[in-house]
Design a protein around this ligand. Sequence first.
Ligand code: PBE
Length: 271
Amino acid sequence: LRAEARPLVVGAKPFTEQYVLSRIVAGQLERVAATPTTTLESLGSTVVFDGLRSGEIDVYVDYVGTLRAVLLGRTDAPGSRAEALEEVREALARDGMTVAAALGFENTYVLALPRAQAEALGLARIGDLAGHAAGWTIGGDYELFHRPEWQGLTATYGLRFAEQRSMDPSLLYEAARTGEVQVIAAYSTDGRLDAYDLTPLVDDRAALPPYDALVLAGPRLVADHPDALTALQALAGRIDAAAMRRMNAAVDRDGQSPAAVAAAFLAELAQ
Ligand code: PBE
């Protein structure tokens, strides 16, 4: 079998933005580079990165802060956005991987709560939670409470919640609405922050790293598929935070499929 005969494998983590972006990546590879693809979905951050490094996965989207903390084991605060990206780039290159494109937005964790509650209690910054956390439950995805960033965040602000509840990220917003949890660790590009009228609390001590979204290419794609790499590079800077939030909302609020949202994006990109 020639190397080109195996389709390129596109990976995705288990949330809406990843479903949309993996289809954008796959569509771009098929349309521009005429490369067949298959998709492996719903993988955790560690599994999908290990898959990229070992060659089981050829391309997926990850975030600078995630790569730096979870995969490179860095827990200190990065000097700047550019430095964090550079550290990640160098570490990837050592293992034959490359950053094909920075998409143009970041998706950070953001602590948020219903606006009425935030206003009633006068909460605007993460530090303002200090007097409430001991009696509150916080909801988060399946990774956050085990991640170095959570240790850093809670240490920086001296927060200890009564309970940390992990759940599918798509359930967080409803849990905040019903009061099952008092605060959630949402994603900043999620369309439901607005749809559910949630107030994001400001990380004024910069406890969280930057989370710029990167299209990562694995060793086999880098070595054997120059056309595919060029096709991915064309995505650089093409999605800002507002555009990503709109695409996420089209799925989560309006019920469109990730495939339809990706197709509409690619049609516009091709013009
Ligand atoms: N994030 C925030 C997480 C999920 C949302 C992008 C930092 C991640 O996948 O690493």
